[in-house]
Design a binder for this molecule. Structure first.
Ligand code: PXP
Length: 237
């Protein structure tokens, strides 16, 4: 089974536009779970332009499936995650001002850095994931960091899906096979949507979790969040 973790950053962006509490982020997260999502993902950024650090404790208290916190492992971020203790932390090498994550880790170059960051998370019982692209060398060094999972950065797959989906998926199949053979769990995310999700899932045998935000929340404007979650779950099962 592949879990669907709904990234709710965009809901926080909408809330922040007026400064009040509409839409209610916490209620939205709980409703996503009620409608079938098997996880909630948030990506707080240093400027708190969508998820605020103050959102995290209530989310951890109320999310009953799985809370995944993503972000660049700055000292503040690491301390915050250790305090909140989500079920999973996903480490992303994004600059503080990045509009969205735009690259995966070079795990060879950052092996020692990541290993040192991952130790306290493991000691605290938090599952770790690192965001990487499909370069085979990234898998080899990912395992050396001590991470439990890798999150495959699917932007390239999504960008090339319409032109040639068989070619677009190839590096992901190879990367996933390698990661699985090394004993890593496989997550995926970025630019996955209702059109490209089913094929991705059908080709990546050991896909543990996808985290989807932008397209899913956009679809919810038309179909409603309950229907939309059902539509995405259908692509996965
Ligand atoms: N994974 C990571 C590491 C991300 O930063 C994001 C975007 O916040 C996603 C997955 C989800 O991407 P999208 O919003 O395109 O579905």
């Amino acid at each position: 089974m592949t879990k669907l973790s709904v990234n709710i950053n965009k809901v926080a962006t909408l809330r922040n536009a007026r400064g009040g509490n509409m839409p209610d982020l916490l209620k939205f997260a709980i409703d996503c779970e009620r409608f079938g999502a098997q996880g909630i993902t948030v990506h707080p950024r240093p400027d708190e332009r969508h998820i605020k650090y103050s959102d995290l404790k209530p989310l951890k208290e109320k999310v009953s499936t799985e809370l995944n916190i993503e972000g660049y492992p700055s000292e503040d971020f690491v301390n915050m995650v250790l305090q909140i203790k989500p079920h999973q932390v996903t480490l992303v090498p994004d600059a503080p001002d990045a509009i969205t994550s735009n690259a995966g880790w070079d795990t060879q170059k950052n092996e020692e850095f990541l290993r040192n960051i991952i130790i306290p998370f493991k000691n605290a019982g938090i599952r770790t994931s690192i965001f990487i692209d499909t370069e085979p060398m990234n898998m080899v060094f990912a395992i050396k960091t001590g991470t439990d999972c890798v999150e495959l950065y699917t932007e390239a797959y999504a960008a090339n899906y319409n032109a040639n989906k068989e070619k677009a998926i190839e590096p992901y199949v190879k990367a996933a096979e390698m990661a699985h053979s090394l004993g890593l769990k496989i997550n995926a995310g970025h630019d996955l949507n209702i059109e490209n999700l089913k094929f991705f899932k059908s080709q990546i045998t050991h896909l543990d979790e996808v985290s989807i935000g932008h397209a899913l929340i956009s679809d919810a404007l038309y179909y409603g969040i309950e229907n939309t979650i059902q539509m995405y779950l259908k692509q996965l099962n």
